[in-house]
Design a protein around this ligand. Structure first.
Ligand code: ADP
Length: 492
């Protein structure tokens, strides 16, 4: 049961609410108690003032040995209230007069209790303890909540007497009990109601999560186009659903890319395999062939298998790059030397087409990178430039430091790439003119060269761009960080 977020939320909510209410109840209880005591004490003091004023007034009218007793009795009679007891003690501590001396005392206390609390011993002990500890107000034990005692010495006829007023705390006790009862009834009901409300609220708030998880449970590889319902775009769950949908978008695109990649790859592989099989079948169809014919067939087989090897290698490189598993082996070398070396390597290809090949890499460009991969990138670009430039054209390679990065550009005087196709040339298996490129090339381009070249530049935290392409030729430029800090595994 505790596995349910709804139940957990409700329990937390109810627990916190109960705690708050209990703390609030205790605080209310103590604050109320304090203020009641304060009010009662000030009332006791006022009562004592009134009592003594009446006593003085009565004493003026009285004379004789019992004048104080008579005056005090009169004052008690005038200030007699329910729950209050009076006693006047002489300097020796003996009770001169008390509420007991009146025919009917307050009904709050039983006769035995009245005798106990208005007894000389009890009262003189109270007076003594108040004079010792300077506590004019004291709480006294007794039946039904006990008493609040107030001690006030006063002088009459040159003698110091003591007035003691006792207030029964029974009404306060009753009030506190009622308050505690109310709290003990109201708090559980409030917590119960809040829990039920909280549960329904949690259920309602989490309903979109339930809907999302049900929908997410249905989404598989075949239904990757389906999306989670977004009920409120602006709340947290809406954000969650949107993020999840964006994740599905990315997965869907990635799946789609993989599917296309597989389809294109098998399509590209099918042609050389078909040529190989066809050529082999033709060679074997007649037993009596001239050795030249066999040599011709074998030459075709070799060319096609070379092309096949090339495509398979490129596919393997891209597959590993996609999986982030292509290990880079960076080391120190000079980029200008590498560029010069690559230009030298392709010189024969250029010569065969009477293409002028220029290399401007005079500046020393130290580099820390994967040399084999960068060589592959430069050769891909040079191969393309020579491949797509007509006989008698020219290809120029320049390499220099430009604003903190190395700029390597390869410009040719080829026919250029149609403007509408330029954004797509870095796509895998894309060939601007399939018929021409297949017919013209001798190594067999599958449209992967530029994708690989771009990936190599990016794996070195650089970029590869088509800077210019029109009827007068094309220029590709690779920009690489001068202090190339590459990780050992290239992640796409
Ligand atoms: P391919 O193996 O076909 O050369 P690439 O990925 O290297 O594949 O190039 C993709 C396409 O971009 C080529 O088919 C070609 O149409 C175009 N392209 C690349 N480089 C050049 C260039 N220097 N001049 C003209 N077109 C080019």
């Amino acid at each position: 049961m505790l596995e349910s977020v709804r139940i957990r939320l409700t329990l937390w909510y109810a627990g916190v609410l109960a705690l708050v209410l209990v703390v609030l109840a205790f605080a209310t209880y103590f604050i109320l108690r304090e203020s009641t005591v304060k009010r009662a004490d000030s009332y006791l003091a006022e009562l004592a003032d009134g009592f003594l004023t009446t006593l003085h007034a009565e004493m003026k009218d009285e004379s004789g040995p019992d004048e104080l007793k008579r005056g005090a009795l009169q004052a008690i009679t005038e200030h007699r209230f329910r729950d209050y007891f009076y006693a006047v003690l002489d300097p020796t501590g003996a009770v001169v007069v008390s509420s007991r001396d009146l025919p009917s005392v307050t009904p709050t206390a039983s006769p035995e209790e009245s005798s106990r609390i208005l007894d000389s011993d009890f009262l003189s002990k109270l007076v003594q303890s108040s004079s010792r500890s300077d506590h004019v107000f004291q709480n006294l034990k007794g039946e039904r909540g006990g008493y609040r005692g107030y001690v006030r010495p006063f002088t009459e006829n040159g003698q110091t007497y003591t007035l003691v007023i006792l207030q029964s705390l029974h009404p306060q006790k009753e009030m506190y009990e009622e308050l505690a009862q109310t709290f003990s009834l109201v708090i559980p009901i409030a917590v119960l109601l809040a829990s039920v409300g909280g549960y329904f609220l949690a259920r309602k708030s989490l309903a979109p999560v339930v809907a999302m998880s049900t929908q997410a449970g249905h989404i598989g590889a075949a239904t990757l186009h389906e999306r989670l319902p977004v009920q409120n775009e602006k709340d947290e769950l809406g954000h969650l659903a949107r993020s999840f949908n964006q994740l599905l978008d990315r997965l869907d695109q990635s799946f789609e890319r993989q599917r296309r990649f597989m389809a294109d790859a098998s399509h590209e592989l099918r042609t050389p395999v078909a040529i190989l099989r066809g050529e082999a079948e033709v060679a074997l169809s007649r037993p009596d062939r001239a050795p030249e014919e066999y040599r011709e067939s074998l030459a075709v087989l070799r060319a096609e298998s070379q092309r096949l090897t090339h495509i398979v290698e490129d596919l393997f490189t891209l597959a590993r790059a996609d999986a982030g598993q292509y290990p880079l082996s960076p080391h120190d070398f000079y980029l200008d030397e590498l560029v010069a070396d690559c230009t030298h390597t392709t010189r024969t290809l250029a010569l065969a087409k009477r293409i002028t090949l220029n290399c401007d890499a005079a500046q020393e460009l130290p580099m820390h990178a994967d040399e084999a991969l960068l060589r592959r990138m430069i050769l891909n670009l040079l191969d393309n430039a020579i491949k797509y430039t007509p006989e008698g054209g020219s290809v120029s390679v320049t390499c220099r430091l430009e604003g903190g990065e190395y700029a390597l550009s390869i410009a040719d005087t080829g026919p250029g790439i149609p403007a509408e196709l330029q954004p797509r040339i870095f796509e895998r298996f894309f060939r601007a003119d399939k018929a021409r490129s297949r017919a013209e090339n001798d190594g067999g381009g599958a449209g992967l060269g530029l994708s690989i070249a771009r990936w190599i530049a990016e794996a070195h935290h650089g970029r590869l761009e088509l800077v210019r392409s029109d009827a007068t030729g094309s220029t590709f430029a690779a920009y690489l960080p001068a202090k190339s800090a590459v990780s050992t595994v290239a992640v796409r």
